[in-house]
Design a protein around this ligand. Structure first.
Ligand code: SF4
Length: 523
């Protein structure tokens, strides 16, 4: 039972060999104390029923497979979007290992982020000493021009005060007084990765502008600010750049990690690459206005921008799909005085053409989806524009106001007649919904894969395929480079959705002489 040097195999297909099969079955019988297969199957079937769903939805004290990540993970992504910035997490090392591997598996890139490795003594006496050494070492070793500090649960539970610790580090000479160290408290027992992004952005905006507002004047730099929120589709940053360039609009994208998360393999390792400059952040209050690309998750940042920068922050939705992209571009045109160029009008026309071409295949198709608040809202809106029917939309970390806004939007479309919106629910709830409400497809991140497997286990006719749009996507490559915003994003999503429908149709009609009714090559 050993590998051959000339033919090293991964677990699959290696475990298909007879000796491994035997070994696995012996292990199961001798050590696993497994229930009999018929009992397992009986219980499995029960978990797919309405009765079980009801019990599942009455569950209170347990979360199973949460459809969210934790606050500092979002803070790290936000920090990575600023030039020569090292994300620094005050707290446990294991948490930071998780953030780095999470992003690493999604973006297939090394992720720079340090922790000050608090252990038992720091948990009792506070982590100030860790911060002294951590800031000094991070600066000396990695030579950043800014260190953006967030916290893990441990630091928050004992109540470490970042402002005091950072100031003391400077007073004691561990780093220079004027070294940029914005920070945000990011307790993970409340909120999610999107809250963490929002907190960190507010922390950076606060650090560079709150006490420097005297010489600022709204509109004086002629720019429009864009705040992306927790955004993991690199194409979504790029599409903002492209659309604004085509419009000839001067703008600042406040947090842009596209370069550092997509560095070329040309022999040079880049610890830092690209990103929004500190000067852009300092100048941001001088802009005409600030647009929140994901308004439902940017609550604290919006409040700060309104109160301190005195920007009114236009009421817009995430620019997903046709109408909400139209609204974004019209608002930018109104604010900047620049017309929408022919190139974008043509792109819009192409999207409308595609929607018409694919309408027959998407009309009436049922989709269940889960993810972050703005994403879920934008995706639902686009599905309704396509004539598709969302069955269940689940966002674990959205509030009641969001649910109400969703329900209002859905009620305005005939395709939303059978849609239900769920908040504070997890993917185990979602699994129940997939079994009982039987959508044609699920849309979500990689974790939906296990729900798809379960539906297949019930029987081929029950299988609900997963369409991977969301975060994280670990089990497919390069999807994070795609675009989901703007007309370009709608084109990508429409292509993905309709081809999933056609793929499924081909699968169902490929039986030779049995289900290959139309011998269709052209759909
Ligand atoms: S939830 Fe808390 S303990 Fe867990 S990884 Fe996040 S910060 Fe660390």
């Amino acid at each position: 039972m050993s590998q051959e040097v000339e033919n090293i195999q991964p677990s699959y297909p290696l475990f298909r060999n007879d000796e491994y099969k035997e070994n696995l079955s012996t292990k199961r019988e001798a050590y696993e104390e497994r229930h009999p297969q018929d009992k397992i199957d009986e219980t499995f079937q029960w978990t797919t029923t309405e009765e079980y769903k009801e019990l599942n939805f009455n569950r209170e004290a347990l979360t199973v497979n949460p459809a969210k990540a934790c606050q500092p993970l979002g803070a790290v992504l936000c920090s990575l979007g600023f030039e020569k910035t090292m994300p620094y997490v005050h707290g446990s090392q294991g948490c930071v290992a998780y953030f780095r591997t999470y992003f690493n598996r999604h973006f297939k890139e090394p992720i720079a982020c340090v922790s000050d490795s608090m252990t038992e003594d720091a948990a009792v006496f506070g982590g100030q000493k860790n911060m002294y050494a951590g800031l000094e070492n991070a600066k000396a070793l990695y030579k950043p021009e800014m260190i953006a500090v967030s916290t893990t649960c441990m630091a928050e539970v004992i109540g470490d005060d970042l402002n005091a610790f950072i100031n003391n580090s400077k007073k004691e000479g561990y780093i220079e007084q004027d070294f940029p160290t914005p920070y945000a408290h990011t307790p993970s027992f409340v909120g999610s990765h999107t809250t963490g992004w929002d907190n960190m952005f507010e922390g950076i905006a606060r650090y560079f502008t709150l006490n420097y507002m005297e010489d600022k004047e709204v509109g004086s730099n002629g720019k429009i600010n864009f705040v992306p929120g927790f955004e993991t589709y690199l194409g979504n940053y790029r599409v903002i750049h492209r659309m604004m360039k085509e419009m000839g609009v001067d703008y600042s994208l406040l947090s842009d990690p596209t370069e550092v998360l997509d560095t070329p393999a040309d022999g040079e390792f880049r610890l830092y690459a690209g990103g929004t400059t500190m000067d852009e952040v300092k100048d941001a209050p001088n802009a005409i206005n600030t647009i929140m690309m994901q308004p439902w998750q940017s609550v604290k940042s919006t409040k700060f921008v309104k109160n301190t920068w005195k920007h009114d922050v236009p009421k817009l939705n995430i620019p997903m799909g046709l109408q909400w992209t139209d609204e974004l571009l019209m608002k930018v045109s109104e604010l900047s005085g620049k017309p929408i160029p022919e190139s974008l009008e043509k792109e819009r026309g192409r999207l409308v053409d595609m929607m018409t071409d694919s309408h027959a295949w998407l009309h009436g198709k049922k989709f269940a989806l889960y993810g972050d608040a703005d994403y879920c809202m934008g995706m639902t809106k686009f599905l309704l524009e396509l004539g598709a029917e969302p069955t269940d939309v689940l966002c674990n970390h959205a509030n009641k106001r969001w649910k109400k806004a969703m329900e209002k939007m859905i009620s305005e479309s005939p395709y939303g007649a059978n849609t239900t919106v769920h908040i504070s629910k997890d993917l185990w709830h979602f699994r129940s919904l997939v079994f009982t409400n039987k959508p044609d497809f699920m849309i979500g991140n990689s974790y939906g894969k296990f729900i798809q497997r379960d539906t297949l286990y019930k029987g081929e006719e029950f299988e609900v395929p997963l369409i991977r749009i969301g975060f994280p996507i670990f089990d497919r490559h390069h999807l994070h480079r795609m675009t989901t915003l703007g007309y370009e994003g709608a084109i990508y999503m429409l292509t993905t959705l309709v081809n999933a429908v056609l793929e499924q149709l081909d699968k169902e009609t490929r039986g030779m002489g049995t289900t290959d009714y139309n011998y269709d090559l052209v759909r």
